[in-house]
Write a protein that binds this ligand. Structure first.
Ligand code: HEM
Length: 467
């Protein structure tokens, strides 16, 4: 094999079974990380798959030519209603055609539009109003933060038809259907045994479900829901209408409302657990009774209380806290696989034949090189404020991936996280509730990672200076 010279366990060079086993157990990230610790930044993890963990490789794989390499069939798992969407589209030319239909709705300048930002701000305030009603009693921030994330993304997609799951039981049920599902083994079964899966899904009716609360909600709005002109759905409809009117371009055929539903469903799903889990891990850590966590809370509160009118971009400590949270507990910590183009390529000086699967994973990018991130397991927001090494740290920060196929929702997610933390920590201090026994260990799903017991009990208390 042209990969024979690469470091890695002999068994992995001979068969994919060890990797598959860890994938089915939700352990792929840890397995790959352990191999990096043993073999270094380049490791062969399966006969046809190589994992990398440095910026040179990430640059080539994810940003060469703008969008990097095409995706492998793993991403077929993310189509909805039997229709592809931007995330599930494998080939980068087609991907670009889809992206241009609505990309501007996720730009920083669009998010700064008061009509758009106020939708998210309202939900952040709704969360704070809710916790204010029960100060001094345990509150499950796992639930609250996932409701907040769901309300924010559905507002961004569909305002005024967005959900209000923080206060509306029907919306809460949708959050629960989305966030408490267990699809990991089913997803890998479908990937590796497509024929068996077809038989199984025919017999059981499982698969690209059209039923369920989330599917019903999205399909109904995508078909004929009336939404504001600043929403993502409105932009897609305008692009669809334009596309249908022009008969020339063949790269991206016109969409019908089901294609639109598939796209919106993907954004909805991408926007709830990522932001919800990221905030939950972060707020849990800030609430710990350690001197280090208390110090971070105090410094964060001081910055927010002293600059109540400052724009979010002018709050450097808030920015550092969010970035450090996403570094340590990346909501998507595992590999983003890509396929080496035909003809082969050099990745970080390593010659790879076309068709080789390559990837980097945030979990390892954020830990392996201790010259870039010293004491990598420690949560130290201050590291982002140091001038020395800032370029390197940013090049290794991989929570949103990189290049044209990196996270389109990055600015939205950062806005949500910062608005929420600003609302909470300007007014309240948080600490772990006495009855909190749930595990906060990172529990990997097909593409994201959530707290193991999906519960995080916290107390909110007013800061002394507000009493
Ligand atoms: C902290 C929160 C978030 C994190 C850490 C995150 C991370 C990521 C990452 C790593 C990818 C690339 C994955 C891959 O290539 O396999 C991605 C893609 C994507 N994300 Fe996010 N995401 C977050 C929030 C959001 C939100 C709020 C949305 C809402 C729309 C969103 C929508 C998407 C979409 C649509 C893609 C596919 C992009 C494409 O194919 O071009 N994400 N995200």
């Amino acid at each position: 094999s042209p990969l024979a010279h690469l470091p890695g366990p002999t068994l992995c060079a001979l068969t994919r079974l060890p990797l598959m086993y860890h994938e089915f157990c939700g352990n792929r990230r840890k397995f790959v990380h352990a191999l990096h610790l043993k073999y270094g930044p380049v490791v062969r993890i399966a006969p046809n798959e190589v994992a990398f963990a440095n910026r040179e490789a990430a640059k080539e794989i994810y940003t060469s030519g703008g969008s990097g390499y095409d995706k492998p069939p793993f991403y077929d798992l993310f189509s909805n209603f039997d229709r592809p969407n931007m995330f599930s589209t494998l080939e980068k030319g087609k991907h670009a055609g889809i992206k241009k239909r609505f990309a501007d709705r996720y730009s920083k300048s669009h998010l700064m539009d008061p009509d758009v930002a106020s939708v998210i701000q309202d939900h952040a305030e709704a969360l704070v109003a809710k916790v204010s009603e029960s100060l001094g009693t345990s509150q499950d921030i796992y639930v609250l933060l996932h409701c907040f994330a769901l309300d924010a993304i559905t507002g961004h997609l569909f305002h005024p038809r967005g959900l209000h799951s923080l206060n509306d039981p029907a919306g809460l049920k949708i959050m629960q259907e989305l966030s408490y599902s267990n699809g990991l083994r089913r997803a890998f079964f479908r990937l590796y045994f497509p024929t068996l899966w077809k038989v199984y899904s025919k017999l059981t009716g499982e698969g690209n479900r059209r039923e369920g609360l989330v599917a019903t909600y999205v399909l109904e709005i995508a078909r004929d829901g009336t939404v504001a002109s600043h929403t993502v759905l409105s932009k897609i409809r305008t692009a669809n209408a334009r596309k249908s009117a022009s008969s020339t371009a063949s790269d991206t055929p016109p969409w019908d409302w089901k294609d639109t539903a598939s796209e919106c469903m993907d954004h909805l799903v991408a926007g709830i657990d990522t932001t919800g889990d990221g905030l939950c891990f972060l707020m849990h850590h800030l609430s710990l009774p350690t001197a280090a966590s208390q110090r971070v809370q105090q410094r964060l509160h001081d910055e927010l209380a002293q600059n109540p009118e400052a724009p979010l971009d002018d709050l450097p400590y808030l920015d550092a806290v969010v970035k450090e949270g996403l570094r340590v507990w990346s909501p998507i910590p595992m590999s983003f696989p890509r396929v080496v183009p035909s003809g082969g390529r050099f990745v970080d000086g390593v010659s790879l034949p076309g068709g080789t699967i390559v990837s980097c994973q945030p979990y390892t990018m954020h830990r392996l090189d201790t010259g870039v991130f010293p004491d990598p397991e420690a949560f130290v927001p201050e590291r982002w404020l140091e001038r020395e090494g800032v370029m390197e740290r940013n090049q290794y920060f991989f929570a949103f991936a990189a290049g044209g196929r990196g996270c389109i929702g990055k600015h939205l997610a950062l806005l949500e996280m910062k608005m929420l933390l600003k609302e909470v920590y300007s007014r309240y201090r948080t600490c772990i509730a006495p009855d909190m026994t749930a595990s906060m260990e990172q529990d990997d799903q097909t593409i994201s990672s959530r707290p193991k017991d999906q519960k995080c009990l916290v107390l909110f208390e007013k800061w002394d200076d507000d009493l």
